[in-house]
Design a protein around this ligand. Sequence first.
Ligand code: FES
Length: 162
Amino acid sequence: MTIASSVYPEWNVEAARDLISVIASEPGPVLRCLQAIQERFGYVPADAVSLVAEACNVSRADVHGVLTYYADLRTTMPPAIPVRLCAAEACQAVGGRELRDRWKARCEASPELAASTGVDEPVFCLGNCALGPAATVGGELVGLADVDSIEQRVRRAMGASS
Ligand code: FES
């Protein structure tokens, strides 16, 4: 079993321009350009807004609107091993909120853990409602999650990436 860690190339304007040049000529290109940039670099840096606006012939405000509307688009580099806890109703009903509080406390007690996993970004339903509370660790789905099972997976991923 492999847990993905976030390893992306450094932001590069020319590489991004090449990446979006084909997409920009297709219908409805703004979202697809932003997604392509995030897929390549792990996030959408501020420089990308004007790049996409120019390539798609729209205003920077239009691009900014798309960028801020979609919760899955991020404007900062993701942590090495992102942990996302489900905040939707089915998971809340089986302890999702308590899991979030306990995970936050665990990260506060361990700077190493906090640095590797970053700030928790809630996700709304991972499609694993029957096995809630659900989470993802480095993109891998975890059912019946508790802080120990999450930490164990994070530490395994940390070991695999060091
Ligand atoms: S509500 Fe949490 S996985 Fe669906």
